[in-house]
Design a binder for this molecule. Structure first.
Ligand code: FES
Length: 58
């Protein structure tokens, strides 16, 4: 599977992983994405990108 863009450089989490976990777990917030994937839990710089993916997945 195509990994897509590297979203979270701190935790090494790619776009496809985030999109998949949003779908599979019906995640609604960046915080929930952090709980499941670890993305956004370190420096927080990728939170905006995660929120963008959440908006796109609606
Ligand atoms: S880039 Fe995602 S927490 Fe730092």
């Amino acid at each position: 599977m195509e990994k897509g863009k590297l979203i979270c450089t701190c935790m090494d989490v790619y776009e496809s992983e985030i999109t998949k976990s949003i779908k599979d777990n019906k995640l609604l917030t960046a915080e929930e994405v952090g709980d499941v994937t670890g993305a956004g839990t370190v420096c927080g710089e990728c939170i905006e990108d995660i929120e963008e993916l959440l908006r796109k997945s609606k």
